[in-house]
Design a protein around this ligand. Structure first.
Ligand code: GUN
Length: 284
């Protein structure tokens, strides 16, 4: 029976430390969150970010814009926030409506306020291992592995999913920490043959039930990033068949209560990091 990673408690203790550190700064770290449209999941995520800011003693501004907002209007809004010295981090909740170019919007965020590290300049810095912040989900997973003293160096790390937000930066982070990284995606021919090699298996495919126990090596570390909502029951499940895989793996994350809370905590850590840079209290 695997150790079940407690992302919820770990995230709470990280946020407590962030709150203590923020209380000793000359001013409050500030986050601006922009929500476009009324997708319920996105709204919930942005609500949670505001709550986390309050709990950490941060300043936060929230901008709710209709789905019909024009790209130009959104770009203007971002320009004004870029110039606001009380704001250290800007987050535009993705996905955006199809009428708006996500690339154009992300590129309009000042790179030094890009709390998600989605701007191409910061993606380049990540490739060179020089970015002060990393996307929240990959850094949350790394923080969880560190907290449970799981070494990455020399381990075979299999990343299922190659999204810009999770899969790609996760693979880069693991590579930077000297993991041997295999990316899998919908064109991968024999997924099970790949996942069975994993010492650390990270799954972010959005396919409930994708990973069964026969696809997992004994004593692997299994990280489930997905949050799939069953449309009839409303229950959230991951991509991993938790009940069977927990009998084979050494460690596993639950859904919910695993990666999700860690992602939230890392957003707060990123805001704090950018704030310290802006206050001249840290070096890039
Ligand atoms: N949508 C889903 N995950 C994220 C995230 O980490 N950042 C932003 N900005 N949008 C998201």
């Amino acid at each position: 029976m695997a150790v079940i990673f407690d992302g919820k408690s770990l995230a709470e203790s990280i946020k407590r430390k962030i709150m203590e550190e923020a209380a000793n700064l000359p001013r409050k770290p500030g986050l601006a969150a922009i929500l476009v449209g009324d997708d319920p999941a996105s709204r919930l995520y942005v609500n949670n970010k505001e709550k986390d800011c309050a709990a950490c003693g941060f300043f936060s501004r929230r901008f709710d814009l209709p789905a019909t907002v024009s790209e130009e209007e959104l770009l203007g809004r971002i320009d004004r926030i870029n110039a606001n010295a009380a704001i250290d981090g800007i987050l535009v909740q993705l996905p955006l409506p199809a009428s708006i170019s996500e690339r154009r919007i992300v590129e309009a965020i000042a790179p030094e306020k890009d709390v998600d590290a989605f701007h191409p300049l910061n993606v380049g810095r990540m490739v060179y291992g020089e970015s002060p912040v990393w996307p929240c989900t990959p850094s949350g997973i790394a923080a969880m592995l560190d907290a449970y003293q799981i070494p990455i160096d020399g381990k075979v790390c299999v990343m299922v999913g190659r999204s810009d937000i999770v899969g790609k930066p996760m693979g880069l982070l693991l590579l930077q920490r000297n993991g041997t990284v295999i990316y899998c995606h919908r064109h991968t021919r024999d997924l099970a043959a790949m996942t069975r090699q994993a010492d650390i298996l990270i799954v972010a495919a959005g396919c409930p039930g994708l990973i069964t126990s026969d696809m997992v090596k004994a004593d692997a570390v299994v990280i489930d990033v997905a949050m799939n909502r069953d449309p009839t029951t409303g229950i959230f499940t991951g991509d991993v068949c938790f009940d069977e895989v927990k009998e084979k793996a050494a460690c596993i994350t639950p859904v919910p209560g695993g990666v999700g809370p860690m992602t939230r905590a890392m957003l707060m850590r990123n805001v704090l990091t950018l704030a310290k840079l802006h206050m001249g209290l840290a070096q890039p």
